[in-house]
Design a protein around this ligand. Structure first.
Ligand code: BV8
Length: 227
């Protein structure tokens, strides 16, 4: 039977590709304050600091390569109905070949204008003084969803959960909402829920099954079982 699978991924699926997570001991939030680099207030206060933070993330993401977990999820699309909802702003899912993908927190490869709302492919290095290619205003920013901002695609995600037979969360600590609330919604709908992590996440009690181990091993094993 063809499964309808909604997969939420977090920084943990990109960890083995060499990209830092947020909350691990050496994580991003150990080195940068969320308030300074991942909020609209922080951007308003010091846009150069925020642009430098994302320029560093963008450069790192370009050097990273998809790992077996990304490739396994891309392969799964050939035999099952799959929607990947990623919290990640890297492009490793696309580069592994995934088509049905939603970046609910935006992407490092996208830029936007806060004057005219235009969006375009971000240059590797963004400067505060960059003019918008559409309206010319010098009000450009990374097209990334910061804390306090509305994530992308929530209606599409909810519709997919209503119709799902499986919900899987891979490499996410389950600490940021509304993404961390998807498992409760899936459970309320009677959808089978699986978690893939190195350790139980905050939402672990809500998952039917927990598969402990590095995603580059646990995800290909799971896909081999259900593909
Ligand atoms: C919003 C982009 C209004 C930036 C990010 C209740 C409801 C709604 C909102 C809230 C709420 N309570 C509080 C809020 C506000 C806030 C929030 O949740 N705060 C938290 C801190 C309490 N939420 C927001 O502001 C959101 N917007 O609320 O708008 C609204 C309200 C209702 C409905 C709609 C809208 C916007 C949040 C988005 C912020 N932007 N990212 C950037 O990337 O720079 S968040 C960022 O952290 C990520 O995108 C991700 O979403 C989040 C969590 O990170 P993870 O991906 O989980 O990574 P983490 O390091 O935490 O964990 C890694 C995991 O991987 C670990 O578990 C580890 O064990 C595991 N792992 C490591 N290695 C491996 C592995 N697993 C497997 N294999 C491995 N090898």
């Amino acid at each position: 039977m063809r499964e309808r699978i909604v997969i939420l991924t977090g920084a943990g699926i990109s960890a083995e590709s060499g990209l830092g997570t947020f909350r691990d001991a050496e994580g991003l939030w150990a080195k940068h304050r969320i308030e300074d680099v991942a909020t609209p207030e922080g951007f308003a206060r010091d846009p150069a600091r925020v642009q430098a933070f994302y320029n560093m993330r963008r450069a790192e993401a370009r050097t990273a390569a998809p790992n077996p977990a990304h490739f396994a999820l891309a392969a799964l699309e050939a035999t099952q109905d799959v929607l990947i909802v990623t919290q990640n702003v890297d492009t490793l899912h696309e580069r592994a070949g995934s088509q049905n993908l939603l970046h609910m927190h935006g992407s490092l490869t996208q830029a936007m204008c806060t004057s005219c709302q235009a969006r375009w492919e971000a240059p590797l290095v963004m400067e505060v003084s960059d003019p918008c290619p559409h309206c010319g205003a010098r009000h450009t920013r990374p097209d990334i969803v910061w804390f306090g901002e509305m994530p992308y695609g929530l209606e599409q995600i909810d519709a997919a959960l209503q119709n799902a037979t499986i919900f899987a969360a891979i490499g996410t600590s389950g600490t940021v909402y509304p993404a961390a609330g998807f498992v409760a919604e899936a459970r309320r709908l009677g959808v089978r829920t699986l978690e893939f992590n190195l350790e139980p996440s905050a939402g672990q009690p809500l998952f039917d099954e927990l598969r402990i181990g590095p995603a580059s091993e646990t995800v290909p094993n799971w896909v081999a079982e259900i593909a």
